[in-house]
Design a protein around this ligand. Structure first.
Ligand code: GLC
Length: 751
């Protein structure tokens, strides 16, 4: 039953929308009108976000800070909650705020819906390997449909942090190492989450995170300090965020790290100068969990009150779980350290998102039990999850066409992960349920493939929880002998190895990115009794596996593919689907090479010399194990007839002929790179500037065309100024960042 206050608010906002809507003054004045009715505490309340603080369907909290938070809800001193799930819980909390607070301003319900809700798609790094923007967008669309069906109206995704360091566990959450691909994926994901109508009940507000530079966590160590020069910031780190803002992302989450010696949460240059002023971002900035409070731990503020002051001034609009704003902003305004105008600006941004979501018209629009019952895990979603999972698989090696499996092969399957129904869901499965992924064994069963299975060894000891450390099995080899025997008596051995679902993700950095535990030893033992080994990798980051690359004839990168993992893997192993994925991140030979990435700058000593004085290691190659953009197919693609033209506006058109010279239909991701050969600020030896994924039947040929405007030939100076410079460029087209056809052109002018 709506409170008197809420009805008054509703009537006045309806009158407002009728009168003002026609006068096209619209949103801004609705917000101004609402602000004019709000007390300072109510305004500050909108800037306050609490984590779900009691099982709402249980008895209301009677003591402690849960009771205090409950009181704040009733006073309208909470703008949002996170990690509250389920229509029943959401409705109860929304009713408290709408019916009991003075103005009844609805809550935002946020959650980390990173790659699905109940139905899980592949982890984002895997999806990025599909290079299929429509499939990625659809995957986010389905995540939004399921999340919104449980009452969630805001996701803390997509994570758009570029990273070149696979030691960092959160590389699984992003779009890889390249800003062009990362920008395209950011746009696709945001469009999927937010849809074409934010006020619909199956679209949710998205968040571009973490602004900015989290992927540069020093030494790949989680939550470690970050140090990024402005040239890298503008040209590598910021482009996906700019793409997100240009895609109308509703919120941006700040980062735990530093920018120029100041915590990102307290950086006016990042959050006001660049994001809000230069890019005209109209949404709001949410802090990362307790990042405001942590400014004191960084040594930037003396206490929580100063942290609140600096964060608010720097443009952090909403406080996630620091309690800084709710405790100190009123006092800071009364002391004149913070103007109420600044508070109004932050609150306006938050209210606008709520208006855009349609929450004032109907605060319960996301509370529909029928949708919740009918949409979670449904068949359509499972089918889409399978589709993108197949497209995310990368064939890394296939000597002598060992794959696809041949009928009549006597098959052995080895490895703990082959039987794992949880790890394929990845680490960000907060809304889903353990044991719900199709395992590799189940996928093979579903295709009626006969096999003998032997675990070989456990990967980890015991059950691993979201907040607990993983205990890797490094001693129990009791299963080795049986596994070797099964392998020895088979024609082909599928060995499924990699990482437990909680070995990558947040707070899961590794200093050693080889196969964890006893898996490498198991692989070598299996190879010693059978040379026909197919290594199926299930992991959340690039791995350094040089022994396997040298000694194993077939290697398939399957990442963590979500709910339909085993079915997708089985379709690729049997050839029902011809793999088409390409690496979105470089695989190093050794952890000592990190950071290693394709779009590096030249050095002054790039070329190998007859002496030692050139850029190299004495104990490792410079090249990666597998480069950015790499991926094989069961068919063969041939590139020919490259042509590049330019006009006096500096526009470039390039084309190449692509032929499927093999015997099976396949998809190829044709990639276009450029090199600005000489420029005022050095440019990378190559930069991705275009890609097209095409499907060709055997014998079919297509001409693939690209065009480049001058904006794609330019770059940002360390001051953030965009420049396009004339001169010589290499234009490169091919199947990966190393295997390219190159044509040099001269851009004489950019009219
Ligand atoms: C975490 C993550 C952030 C996430 C937030 C809420 O610490 O850094 O990405 O959205 O807290 O769970």
């Amino acid at each position: 039953m709506a409170s008197k206050n809420y009805i008054l608010l509703l009537v006045s906002s309806l009158i407002y929308s009728i009168t003002l809507g026609q006068s096209s003054i619209g949103m801004d004045n609705k917000v101004t009108h609402l602000l004019s009715q709000m007390t300072l505490e109510e305004k500050i309340g909108q800037m306050n976000q609490y984590n779900g603080f009691w099982e709402v369907t249980g008895p209301t909290p009677k003591e402690g800070n849960a009771k205090e938070k409950y009181e704040h809800l009733k006073k309208g001193w909470v703008g949002s909650v996170l990690n509250v799930r389920g229509v029943e819980n959401v409705r109860k909390l929304q009713e408290i705020v709408v019916n009991e607070s003075r103005l009844g301003i609805p809550l935002l319900f946020g959650s980390d819906v990173i790659h699905g809700y109940k139905t899980l798609a592949p982890i984002p790094l895997a999806e990025s390997a599909s290079w299929d923007l429509e499939a990625i967008k659809n995957s986010a669309r389905i995540a939004a449909i399921e999340a919104s069906a449980t009452g969630i109206n805001w996701t803390f995704a997509p994570m758009v942090d570029i990273s070149r360091d696979p030691r960092w566990g959160r590389v699984m959450e992003g779009g890889g190492e390249d800003p062009f691909l990362g920008s395209a994926i950011a746009k696709a994901r945001i469009n999927g989450f937010q849809g074409s109508d934010l006020s619909a009940n199956n679209t949710i507000a998205a968040t571009a995170k973490h602004f900015a530079g989290y992927g540069w966590s020093e030494s790949g160590r989680e939550y470690n300090t970050t140090s990024v020069d402005d040239y890298t910031l503008y040209n590598v780190i910021l482009p996906p965020f700019k793409a997100a803002v240009d895609s109308d992302v509703q919120t941006v989450m700040n980062s735990f790290g530093l920018y120029n010696g100041i915590p990102a949460t307290g950086s006016s240059k990042l959050q006001r100068d660049i994001l809000k002023d230069r890019w005209n971002f109209e949404g709001f900035v949410i802090s990362d969990w307790a990042s405001i409070k942590e400014m004191t731990l960084h040594g930037h503020t003396v206490d929580l009150k100063e942290a609140a002051e600096k964060a608010a001034i720097a443009g952090s609009d909403m406080d996630m779980e620091s309690y800084a704003y709710i405790k100190h902003l009123k006092e800071l305004v009364q002391e004149g350290k913070i103007s109420e105008k600044l508070i109004d600006e932050a609150v306006s941004r938050i209210l606008k998102v709520k208006f855009r979501l349609g929450l004032f018209e109907d605060p319960y629009k996301y509370c529909n039990e029928t949708r919740e019952q009918n949409l979670l895990y449904n068949e359509v979603h499972q089918k889409a999850a399978l589709d993108i999972a197949k497209k995310s698989i990368v064939l890394l090696k296939n000597d002598n066409n060992l794959l696809p499996l041949q009928k009549g092969n006597k098959i052995a399957v080895i490895g703990d992960l082959a039987d794992d129904k949880t790890s394929p869901l990845g680490s960000w499965r907060i809304g889903s349920d353990d044991e719900t992924a199709i395992s590799v064994l189940e996928g093979l069963d579903n295709l009626n493939i006969d096999y003998n299975y032997s675990r070989g060894c456990k990967l980890v000891e015991g059950k691993v929880e979201f907040t607990q450390e993983v205990i890797v099995n490094t001693t129990d080899k009791t299963g080795f002998e049986e596994a070797k025997s099964v392998a020895e008596n088979s024609d082909i051995v599928i060995v499924v190895l990699g990482e437990h679902g909680f070995m990558s993700g947040e707070a899961r950095s590794r200093t050693d990115i080889s196969l964890p535990g006893l898996q490498q030893e198991l692989l070598e033992e299996i190879r010693s009794v059978n040379s026909n080994v197919v290594l199926v990798l299930m992991n959340g980051r690039p791995l350094a596996i040089p022994w396997a690359e040298k000694n194993i004839p077939a290697i398939v990168e399957t990442w963590q593919l979500g709910s339909q993992s085993g079915n997708a893997i089985a379709e690729v192993l049997t050839g029902k689907y011809n793999p088409s994925g390409k690496l979105p991140m470089t695989f190093p030979r050794s952890v000592g090479q990190i950071p290693i990435y394709y779009n590096q700058f030249s050095t002054g000593r790039q070329e190998k010399e007859s002496h030692v004085f050139w850029s190299h290691y004495i104990d490792e190659e410079n090249t990666p194990l597998w480069p950015f953009g790499y991926g094989l197919s069961y068919t063969e693609f041939e590139y020919s007839n490259m042509s590049v033209k330019t006009n006096n506006n500096g526009e470039v058109s390039a084309s190449i002929s692509l032929k499927n010279a093999g015997s099976s239909t396949g998809e190829e991701v044709v990639q276009l790179y450029i090199q600005d050969i000489k420029s005022s600020y050095v440019r990378p030896v190559k930069e991705l500037k275009g890609f097209k994924k095409v499907s060709l039947a055997p014998g079919e040929t297509q001409v693939i065309n690209f065009s480049l405007a001058k904006e794609q030939l330019g770059y940002y100076t360390p001051e953030g100024k965009f420049v396009s410079e004339t001169g010589e460029f290499n234009i490169m087209i091919g199947t990966n960042s190393q295997k390219l056809s190159t044509t040099k052109i001269n851009i004489a002018s950019f009219n």
